[in-house]
Write a protein that binds this ligand. Structure first.
Ligand code: B4P
Length: 192
């Protein structure tokens, strides 16, 4: 399954909980990039330039990284992608990877929240974690990119009939309850 939402909507937070409840591995492209940055790898050095500015890491880099991650053994029983795809190019790429593996998406979840709430949450997180991309100017830029590029991704899945929207406003447990109900009742691709 996929979990898509603007920065601060609770993707990472909810992905962790879904992973625990359903026993599927959660894969966050943001977390992988941050681990690479921390390790000072060539991929991390490349990604950092974009992440600090709130820009998307180029599709060529991100797509290859996801393909490689999805070739590992732990995804055999299903996986949850958190924060991927974010561009139309990434949707096309993921379609190819899934088709090659004879797989299909069962659930595409979109978490929604308004921009002011998102900025408040991320500024709150900045105080706790000091993440270098959680300052107001960069947060606003990340939100603009979401509206400009990732909403088109959401629209593609909506057209395919696989999208389920979940209101991300409210307490974290409350949102988890909504997410679990949404997964249970989601339209399944291919009509299974
Ligand atoms: P991500 O790591 O995905 O960062 P994010 O969008 O901010 O989401 P995150 O999962 O961290 O936050 P969440 O909403 O859970 O990406 C970081 C960067 O990596 C991107 O800007 C980009 O440069 C690069 N990147 C990643 N994927 C890419 C891709 N596919 N293509 C290109 N580039 C890519 O939570 C945020 C905060 O809200 C937390 O502090 C949490 O505690 C709080 N929160 C969550 N739910 C809440 C609730 N219900 N109420 C109150 N607070 C809540």
């Amino acid at each position: 399954m996929l979990i898509i939402g603007p920065p601060g909507s609770g993707k990472g937070t909810q992905a962790e909980r879904i992973s625990e409840r359903l026993g599927v591995v959660a894969i966050s492209t943001g977390d992988i990039f941050r681990a690479q940055v921390k390790g000072g790898t060539p991929l991390g050095l490349e990604a950092r330039k974009y992440m600090d500015a709130g820009d998307f890491v180029p599709d060529s880099v991100t797509n290859e990284m996801v393909r490689s991650r999805l070739s590992e053994d732990d995804v055999e029983n299903g996986f949850l992608l958190d924060g991927y795809p974010r561009t139309a190019g990434q949707v096309d790429y993921l379609d190819e990877v899934l088709a090659q593996g004879g797989q299909q998406l069962d659930v595409v979840l979109q978490l929604t929240a308004d921009d002011d709430e998102l900025v408040t949450r991320l500024l709150g997180r900045a105080k706790d974690t000091g993440r270098s991309d959680d300052n107001e100017a960069v947060i606003r830029h990340r939100l603009d990119l979401y509206h400009e590029q990732t909403e088109a991704v959401v629209a593609k899945y909506a057209e395919r009939g696989t999208l389920t929207r979940v209101d991300g406003i409210g307490g974290i447990d409350e949102v988890t309850d909504r997410v679990l109900v949404a997964i249970d009742t989601a339209p399944v691709a291919g009509g299974r």
